[in-house]
Design a binder for this molecule. Structure first.
Ligand code: AMP
Ligand code: ZN
Length: 110
C-alpha cells in the first residue's frame, strides 16, 4: 500500500537488512529496540491491524509463528526469555500488521 513504511521496506524501496524473508513474510531488526533482541516479523500482505485478520489469513499466521520459531532458535532464545507482542489501537504506531519478537532483557514497553 502506497505511503506505508513497512510496504516500502518489503518492496525494497527503503533499504533494510532482512533477518528472514519468504514469499509471505519478512523479518528485520526494530530501529528502536526495546529489548536485547527486538525483531519485527511482518507479513508481506498489507493487513492494517489484527482486527482485519480473516479466515483467508490462516496459513499466513502459521508462517508468522514458524518464522518466530526460527528466529527464537537463531538467537538462542529457547533457554532465555522471549515474548511476542502485537500492538493495536492507540498502542500501534505503524498501520501494517507486525509481530514484535522481544528476547532477553526487556528495556522499555514497545
Ligand atoms: P507499533 O507501535 O507496534 O506499531 O511498533 C512499530 C515499531 O516499528 C516500533 O517499535 C518502531 O521502532 C519500529 N519501526 C518504525 N520504523 C521502522 C523502520 N524504518 N525500521 C525498523 N523498525 C521501525
Ligand atoms: Zn503496508
Amino acid at each position: 500500500m502506497s505511503g506505508c513504511i513497512f510496504c516500502k521496506i518489503i518492496n525494497k524501496e527503503i533499504p533494510k537488512e532482512f533477518r528472514f524473508e519468504s514469499d509471505a513474510v519478512v523479518a528485520f531488526d526494530d530501529i528502536s529496540p526495546s529489548a536485547d533482541v527486538h525483531i519485527l516479523i511482518v507479513p508481506k500482505k498489507h493487513i492494517r491491524e489484527v482486527g482485519e485478520v480473516g479466515d483467508q489469513d490462516a496459513e499466513l499466521l502459521i508462517e508468522v509463528y514458524k518464522t518466530v520459531n526460527k528466529l527464537v532458535k537463531a538467537n538462542n532464545l529457547e533457554n532465555n526469555s522471549y515474548r511476542v507482542v502485537v500492538n493495536g489501537g492507540f498502542a500501534q504506531h505503524v498501520p501494517h500488521l507486525h509481530f514484535h519478537l522481544l528476547g532477553g532483557q526487556w528495556k522499555k514497553y514497545v
